[in-house]
Design a protein around this ligand. Structure first.
Ligand SMILES: *Cc1c(COP(=O)(O)O)cnc(C)c1O
Length: 466
């Protein structure tokens, strides 16, 4: 019986699949009409969870109903049209379908020998995105678990190129402590990445911002020169194109020029903002990205793929083979350069790229252009409505992120946000931008409407006046 639940027969499987489809359909409809925030009791939930002792099998129908219901009531709903949150998308339908297909075949993407069709689909999408970003024709890369893995990959490539002895001897091979440059408003996964790479957290040098959330190029140049004077060994400059806090874009041209003049790897972290390359109207914001040595773009952010889907793109694919190559007797490899396990951090890997392949093939770049332009327009609308209510917009909402400061004399931002979340009517976050507390709102959902934005503005003002 228990084994038959792990591997049910065809007819049974079909019925349970249909049941699940119906359950999910009903639940997602209720989610869009209900509160954005969780409405469950954590203590009750812990008790329910503890009752799963995994000694007695639970009937499948009960288990499905319980799981869907608890997710319906036990998470902040990224699929709610008034979730104006942290770069977490309502996933596109093609991406969701891709997950089902990948789960059905469960191909192993480590090797092109065993999964030639799947590996070729991923490589095709990566080349298309790299071309769209303006990288040279031989640029390549791969799908990653997210932006953090992609940024980690950039760091390893940069270290490998900077010091030929790094592969064998690690950071000991450098003549002094290796260091890299990120802005104070960059994504601080970089700190973890420095720790993981064994170069130490102090290797992440935080460059001052210019008062508008962008890296100050003069501060970068000064820090670089001072570090060299003190015996440190700079190896990479990272520009963020779309900061997590405020969607601000570091001055790409100036950062590139400084990195080049110093002979350093230049990485552009466009985890969120990279989606703007889809739009002829918006892509100019990212001018200069085409000169990057490597780029991070998260498909699971503005490109609306399901969770756990990033991309690493590089103009120097040979370095990937150098950094991640190993020889084994047991892997069925014929063409090492095409085998993802020899050119990336992961070994066994899920078929992530199908999500973006199906979305791009079904909707085209034009579909994504409409998606990002729509988000930017709605963010602009929110900025306008809040200004009319006396709030100030502290950032440039060009990439659909709005940082809002309430008028003088208002309660602290944390209290305004807490009051708003308590209504369940919308989700925004509290953040700090250039030293000031702000309400951060980002349009991530492809179906957020103008009416939703108007309602968020009303709810925010109500939360402010209490
Ligand atoms: C989200 C984000 C990251 C981290 O990406 P994950 O996909 O969460 O691992 C890195 N950089 C920027 C600019 C981001 O917005």
């Amino acid at each position: 019986m228990s084994h038959a639940t792990l591997f049910p027969g065809r007819a049974q499987r079909r019925r349970w699949d249909d049941d699940l489809t119906a359950l999910l359909e009903a639940a997602t409809q209720r989610v869009a009409r209900g509160p954005v925030t969780p409405d469950f009791d954590r203590q009750d939930f812990q008790a329910e969870l503890a009752a799963f002792d995994f000694a007695r099998p639970v009937p499948w129908a009960d288990l499905l109903g319980w799981t869907v219901a608890r997710l319906e009531h036990g998470v902040v709903h990224m699929t709610h049209p008034r979730y104006l949150g942290l770069f977490n998308p309502a996933p596109s339908f093609p991406a969701q379908s891709a997950d089902r297909i990948a789960a059905a075949f469960n191909p192993q993407l480590a090797s092109a020998t065993t999964s030639p069709a799947a590996v070729a689909i991923e490589a095709h999408v990566i080349r298309a995105v790299a071309r769209r970003a303006g990288l040279p024709p031989d640029a390549a890369g791969h799908f990653t678990s997210g932006g953090s893995e992609a940024n980690h990959t950039a760091l390893v490539c940069a270290l490998t190129r900077a010091e030929p002895g790094f592969a064998t001897s690690g950071s000991r091979a450098f003549a002094g402590p290796p260091v890299f440059y990120i802005s104070g408003d960059s994504h601080l996964a970089w700190i973890k990445i420095a720790h993981l790479a064994g170069i130490g957290r102090a290797a992440a040098r935080l460059v001052a911002t210019d008062g508008h959330g962008r890296m100050d190029p003069e501060a970068l140049a000064a820090m670089l020169a001072a570090d060299r004077g003190e015996g440190r060994v700079p190896f990479m400059v990272v520009a963020t194109a779309g900061t997590t806090n405020a969607g601000m874009i570091d001055p790409l041209g100036a950062c590139h020029d400084i990195a080049r003049a110093a002979g350093l790897w230049w990485h552009v972290d466009a985890a969120w903002g990279g989606a703007a390359i889809a739009s002829e109207r918006l892509r100019g914001l990212l001018a200069g990205i085409e000169r990057a040595d490597s780029i991070t773009i998260d498909a699971h952010k503005w490109l609306a793929a399901t969770m756990g889907c990033g991309m690493f793109l590089t103009a120097h694919p040979a370095l990937l083979a150098e950094a991640f190559n190993v020889r084994t007797s047991y892997m069925p490899s014929h063409a090492p350069s095409a085998d993802p396990y020899l050119t990336s951090v992961q070994w066994s890997r899920r078929f992530l790229g199908l999500r973006l392949f199906l979305a791009l093939a079904a909707a085209g770049w034009a579909g994504y252009a409409a998606h990002v332009e729509r988000a930017v327009a709605l963010a602009g609308m929110l900025a306008g409505l809040m200004r009319a209510l006396g709030w100030s917009v502290l950032n440039d909402p060009a990439l659909a992120v709005v940082c809002l400061a309430p008028p003088p004399g208002s309660p602290p931002v944390g209290r305004i946000v807490a009051r708003l979340l308590a209504t369940g009517g919308a989700w925004v976050s509290a953040a700090v931008f250039e030293g000031r507390e702000v309400v951060r709102a980002c349009v991530t959902h492809g179906e957020t409407s103008a009416a939703d934005i108007a309602e968020v503005a009303t709810l925010l003002e109500q939360a402010r006046v209490g």
